[in-house]
Design a protein around this ligand. Sequence first.
Ligand code: TXA
Ligand code: MG
Length: 345
Amino acid sequence: MKTEIYQIDEVNPQSFYIKLASDVITGGGTVAFPTETVYGIGANALDYKAVKKIYEAKGRHSDNPLIVHIHEASQLKKIAVSIPPISEPLIRKFWPGPITLIFKKSHAVPDATSGGLDTVAIRMPRSNISLALIKESGCPIAAPSANISGKPSPTSADHVIKDLDGKVNMILDGGNTEIGIESTVIDLTEQIPVLLRPGAVTLEAIQNTIGEVNIDPSILGNYSELSQKSPGMKYNHYSPNAQLILVEGSESNKRKKIGELVEKLIIKNKKVGVMTTDKSFQCNAHLIKFMGSNYESIARDLFGNLRFADYYGVDTIIVEGIDDKEMGLAIMNRLRKAADIKVVT
Ligand code: TXA
Ligand code: MG
């Protein structure tokens, strides 16, 4: 398949390109497009044949459900039933934005979209390109992250092209995404809401809005069968080709440990990369990447840095862990899932 690629303006998306892309969606095809979190690969959420093309393009397991994107709250009632009152303050405060809410699904949503579950994950993104595309298409758009399954999510059109060129009908290139990690996912079908995936809408912000929230154990690194409420969580994720070693602990212990690991690997003739939050960190690694100075900048560049390590050809990338607070929880969740080896010092 030939993939058409168009550059489009996030501030003021050109209606010409939005129309081209929406024609692909309504015609049952696939379009990769930027959201404020990461790029998604989208298709008409209510057309199971179109949705199957997403799974094929990504090499995604069919039991791993997709997020359905809407542009206005009125679309919610067509695809979800038994919408609990607790969703109202969340929608008022955080939509459009980087939070996905899980409801019981209506009959309009094919099993292909919900991975066979009786629930559906719904999000109203705030990216202008996303909103314009959903509106023009006249249907909700199912869109997982636009990467090959298991790889880091794409935060630029280049990342999408590397993974999906020739596998998707169209790519809208709207530049780098604003947030850099995927939306927060919260299950509202339980008596007490359950955080299934942390994101830029933080646990603290959700608790301040609705009170008690349970946390899926897998978020903290416990991947026992029992805790796997979100089907996507059991699959390998965010992994660069390089081996990833995540080092957690106190500031000084972490950096000492990283230095020691670098020496050990270099003796074994390995090409080594380090990702650190210390701007002046020095060691003998072949590549030293500064991760950023706050949660926002670390999140924005996280997947790009992991992809860069592969591009640079390192055998091992050693990543310095950060605090689990606020957006740090989301960053550490991605890193723990990507890690081949976790070291706590
Ligand atoms: O920011 C985002 O959410 C991006 C952009 C494109 O919107 N999308 C995204 O989709 O990250 P995806 O498919 O890569 O991740 C969706 C996650 C998966 O872990 C999936 O298992 C979970 O949400 N999920 C989807 N529907 C679910 C459901 N009904 N119940 C439980 N988990 C669900
Ligand atoms: Mg994904």
